[in-house]
Design a binder for this molecule. Structure first.
Ligand code: PMP
Length: 447
């Protein structure tokens, strides 16, 4: 009997790997030895050769509720059948309003308004645009400069790479947005290597902002954007007092503060958002990933009522913000997000990382004596193990660890020579032991 058409065409597709240009991937190397996931459930992926792989990274920092969770699957299936799409502009559908209200209620006031996007990159560009348009709306149109941070990752849109500070993501793409400055990052291994949780030293890195303000004058600066915990660059935990000081300086000089919570949002640190964890309230917050637990692409930007109100003060028949996406507040994404929030609530997942953080920290730091480990960093259910790069061959050692981990049944992520870990929030203590046990074997085996 011949295979069903869909199975046959999927087979045909995997026989030819050429057409798909994979993102952030060494395509030629991958296509010689492909790694394929064909299904996922809870904490595990299944590979095309039938092996189980423990997910140590929540996919790409996104599957916070674990994989293929029943409430999310059901919500998506029902929504596709009921209302597949509604125009995003000048039309609404109930789930968009329900979701926005629910999200606003989760976020501390005055971050009471939500603008929907389809990804972290879009959330970042949206937040930067809202910041610029807001300054103009309140008569501060000279405030056009944006400030990011070295080693920051804010997605891959032109706004995001402009304020971002990862050299490889910037250097190929021309001059990007003009009028952007960068503060230094806060990673200070001489003083803070192997810190557990927040490093004691380094709040003074926030004074970089003062230096930039003095150089340009506050009247030219619209907004500052930082990840509360820098993730994709290899997990940099903010020093104690640093975020508070940034907030203070921004407030003093009429500059908007944007937290990019694409990774830290939705329970990663043991509270719904980093805003709660650090007790620092920015003016705008970007999110994505955990919003739908990665099931359907979606992002959301939160802004304060002051910002929202500044746009609502014009004539009522006018469009207030000339910005949006065909798929903003897509009904299927809204349904996935609502199903995800139900799962988080039912299972207490948004605070679960707080209960596991100590166990996670001890397990992670137990790897300190493994070969080539030069730093370990952690907060909530996020962690990094930094390896000493091989001279002349940066990234090779960590990438070997990644490949060996995959063979040994754990999914880790690497950036440079740093191993980053951020498991789904449903991980058990036994699975934490398994993750670090296998990682120890990997680190002891690779060169
Ligand atoms: N901001 C941050 C802090 C991120 O970590 C990421 C993705 N890792 C993004 C933005 C971009 O998100 P996306 O890949 O969904 O565009």
């Amino acid at each position: 009997m011949s295979a069903p058409a869909s199975a046959a065409s999927s087979q045909a597709a995997t026989n030819n790997l050429e057409a798909f240009w994979m993102p952030f991937t060494a395509n030629r190397q991958f296509k010689q030895a492909p790694r394929m996931f064909v299904s996922a459930k809870d904490m595990h992926y299944t590979t095309s050769d039938g092996r189980q792989v423990l997910d140590g990274t929540a996919g790409l920092w996104c599957c916070n509720a674990g994989h293929s969770r029943p409430k999310v699957v059901e919500a998506v299936q029902q929504q596709v059948a009921q209302l597949d799409y509604a125009p995003a502009f000048q039309m609404g559908h109930p789930k968009a309003f329900e979701l926005a209200a629910r999200l606003a209620a989760m976020m501390p006031s005055p971050l009471d308004h939500v603008f929907f996007t389809n990804s972290g990159s879009e959330s970042v560009d949206t937040a930067l645009k809202i910041a610029l348009a807001y300054q103009r709306a309140i008569g501060q149109g000279t405030r056009t400069r944006l400030i990011g941070r070295e080693r920051g990752y804010h997605g891959v849109g032109f706004g995001g790479i402009s304020v971002g500070g990862i050299v490889n993501n910037r250097k190929h793409f021309g001059s990007m947005l003009t009028g952007v400055d960068h503060m230094r990052h806060t990673h200070d291994p001489d003083r803070n290597a192997f810190s557990r949780g927040m490093p004691e030293s380094g709040a003074e890195y926030a004074e970089d902002l003062i230096r930039i303000i003095q150089l340009h004058d506050p009247s030219t600066i619209a907004a500052v954007i930082v990840e509360p915990v820098a993730g994709s660059t290899g997990v940099l935990i903010p020093p104690k007092g640093y975020l508070e000081r940034l907030r203070e300086i921004c407030t003093q000089h009429g500059i908007l503060l944007i937290f990019d919570e694409v990774i830290t949002g939705f329970g990663r640190l043991g509270s719904p958002f980093a805003v709660d964890h650090f007790g620092v309230t920015p003016d705008l917050v970007t999110t994505a990933k955990g919003l739908t637990s990665g099931v359907v692409p979606m992002g959301a930007v939160f802004c304060t009522s002051d910002i929202y109100q500044a746009f609502m003060d014009g004539p009522a028949h006018m469009i207030e913000l000339f910005h949006g996406y065909t798929y903003s507040a897509h009904p299927v994404a809204c349904a996935a997000a609502l199903g995800t929030l139900d799962t988080y609530e039912d299972e207490g997942l948004l605070t679960r990382a707080a209960d596991l953080a100590g166990y996670w920290e001890d397990g992670l730091h137990s790897l300190k004596d493994c070969p080539n480990v030069i730093d370990i960093r952690n907060l909530g259910l996020i962690g990094a193990v930094e390896l000493d790069p091989i001279a002349g061959e940066p990234t090779k050692r960590a990438f070997s660890a990644f490949l060996k981990s995959y063979d040994d049944g754990i999914l880790i992520r690497t950036t440079g020579d740093i191993i980053a870990l951020s498991p789904p929030l449903i991980i058990t203590k036994g699975q934490i032991d398994e993750l670090f046990g296998k990682l120890r074997t990997v680190l002891e085996t690779i060169d």
